[in-house]
Design a protein around this ligand. Structure first.
Ligand code: BES
Ligand code: MN
Ligand code: ZN
Length: 493
């Protein structure tokens, strides 16, 4: 996935392209970052002045600007240098630079070595971003995603391996999200999860059909689709050698929304153009699965359980109707108002199951839950809800450092009465009161199912999918949540 190359001249000149990063702040002169000894050796070898080369292009200093220059030397494979703006040299700037480099080599069978990253954090940020920029979905081309060979020049191969594992997990999430919904029904999701579990040595169990009797939300949504129906998929990671003592480890549970397509159901989604993006409505489950897929290679001293709540929200004769009353896992009865608010129904079963059976220390859910979440925050920040403000602030910081940013939103108790019902314990779509706070009331709904658990809800409706090919993102699924969770889980142990 991501390779390490020794930081010496002989190793560098056998690649096709070398990437060198420069900074330029204000009127100050251009400076190159990274291993200065190595950069000097390259200048001598190719008989060029890198500062002169960059200055010729009159760079702006913005992270990600990229200049390509030819170089020539007998016996060297390298024939081009990419001189890339590294902004202020910070991690976000190294990510932007990485994404620009990745995009430049996307789909090309060439070997690129980057000299931009030195520390572990830099290697992780920059290395992962090169691979994200290089990512492409391969169903259309039929070619493998990874045509380019990408390497970092460093002695720290452990950090490069770690970055490669994280990037691989992001690719897994993106591949799942990009898969068309006629292929990725809930059964297919279970099969993909099994493949990953077998390959990585994770425990897995899948419930379907009659076994789903207690999961009233998952059934109400998923039975709208002709067979194969909904699936409840549970995966567990326990570090090597800790099977007997796992109870002593912190236990993180992640519940993911896995709606393989969201038509809205009987309350059909309008305008219809909004519907095409709904093949991404399983991005939460994809991020959760991809996260746990990386853990056996990283071995954090944490127990992690992932619950993938997989169903299709279809329009059919067996679809639920507005005015139905269903029973969520654990017995809470719910009046169905708008069948397009299906995500919270499947998540509530997962959260209640986790509280009843898993004794989590941290209970997360991640979901493309509400269009409203994108209204305030746009597409760069996910909405985070938690009663634990200290944890929330740690997670906001984790978002910044991981490159997947979150913003804490308030659980506003004044809006709780919007969930009242005359015929059941709750109504699910917050149709009372007209509070115009769809993302908040969805979170308040979920909170009814988390008991005393330390709970965090992530609404990734905005961040889970990109409508443009820009920066780290190709058009389509982003894999948002994977880096956020992996970095945080690593920080726990
Ligand atoms: N999957 C959608 C939310 C969504 C919208 C995700 C846009 C990504 C982009 C969800 O199931 C939904 O339809 N939510 C409704 C809830 C409403 C009916 C209470 C919404 O947000 O409009
Ligand atoms: Mn919906
Ligand atoms: Zn949905």
């Amino acid at each position: 996935m991501l390779h390490t190359v020794a930081p010496d001249l002989d190793s560098l000149i056998s690649a096709d392209v070398l990437a060198l990063g420069f900074t330029k702040s204000g009127d100050n002169p251009v400076e190159f970052i990274g291993n200065s000894r190595l950069i000097a050796a390259l200048e001598k070898y190719f008989e060029i002045s890198l500062i002169d080369e960059v200055t010729f292009f009159q760079p702006s200093g913005k992270a990600g600007e990229l200049f390509e220059i030819p170089v020539l030397h007998d016996g060297a494979q390298v024939d081009r240098l990419y001189l890339v703006g590294a902004g202020d040299g910070s991690l976000p700037a190294l990510r932007t630079a990485g994404a620009a480099l990745g995009k430049k080599v996307r789909g090309k069978a060439i070997e690129l070595i980057s000299l931009l990253a030195e520390s572990r954090a830099e290697i992780r940020a920059h290395g992962v971003s090169i691979l994200l920029g290089a990512y492409s979905w391969n169903l259309k081309t039929g070619k493998p995603t990874e045509l380019a060979t990408i390497a970092i020049a460093t002695k720290d191969s452990a950090s490069v391996t770690e970055a490669g594992v994280i990037a691989r997990a992001l690719y897994t999430a993106r591949d799942l999200i990009h898969t068309p919904s006629n292929i990725k029904n809930p059964l297919w999701m279970a099969e993909e999860a099994k493949k990953i579990a077998d390959e990585k040595g994770l425990a897995i169990s899948v419930l379907s059909g009659k076994e789903l009797a207690p999961f009233g939300g998952l059934r109400a949504v998923g039975n709208s689709s002709p067979k194969p129906g909904p699936r409840f998929i549970e995966l567990t990671y326990i570090p090597k050698g800790k099977a007997r003592s796992a109870a002593a480890l912190p236990h993180v549970v992640i519940v993911g929304k896995g709606i393989t397509f969201d038509t809205g159901g009987v309350s059909l989604k309008r305008p219809y153009e909004f519907m095409t993006a709904m093949k991404s409505d399983m991005a939460g489950a994809a991020a959760a699965l991809a996260t746990i897929s990386a853990l056996p290679d990283l071995q954090p001293q944490v127990k992690v359980t992932v619950l993938m709540m997989c169903a299709e929200n279809a329009l059919s004769g067996t679809a639920q109707r507005p005015s139905d009353v269903i029973t969520q896992y654990g017995g809470t009865t719910v009046e169905i108002i708008n069948t397009d608010a299906e995500g919270r129904l499947v998540l509530a079963d997962g959260l209640a199951y986790a509280v009843a059976n898993l004794d989590p220390d941290y209970l997360f859910d991640i979901a493309t839950l509400t269009g409203s979440a994108t209204l305030g925050l746009g597409r760069q920040y996910a909405a985070l809800y938690s009663r634990d403000n200290k944890l929330a602030q740690e997670l906001v910081a984790n978002g910044e450092s991981s490159g997947e940013r979150v913003w804490q939103m308030p659980l506003i108790d004044d809006y709780a009465d919007s969930l009242e019902s005359d015929v059941a314990d709750l109504n699910h779509a917050a149709d009372k009161g007209n509070y115009s706070a769809g993302s908040v009331t969805a979170a308040l709904y979920l909170e009814h199912f988390v008991g005393d658990a330390r709970w965090v809800h992530l609404d990734i409706a905005g961040t889970g999918r990109s409508e443009t090919d820009s920066g780290e993102n190709a058009k389509g699924g982003t894999g948002f949540g994977v880096r956020f969770f992996i970095d945080w889980i690593l920080s726990l142990s």
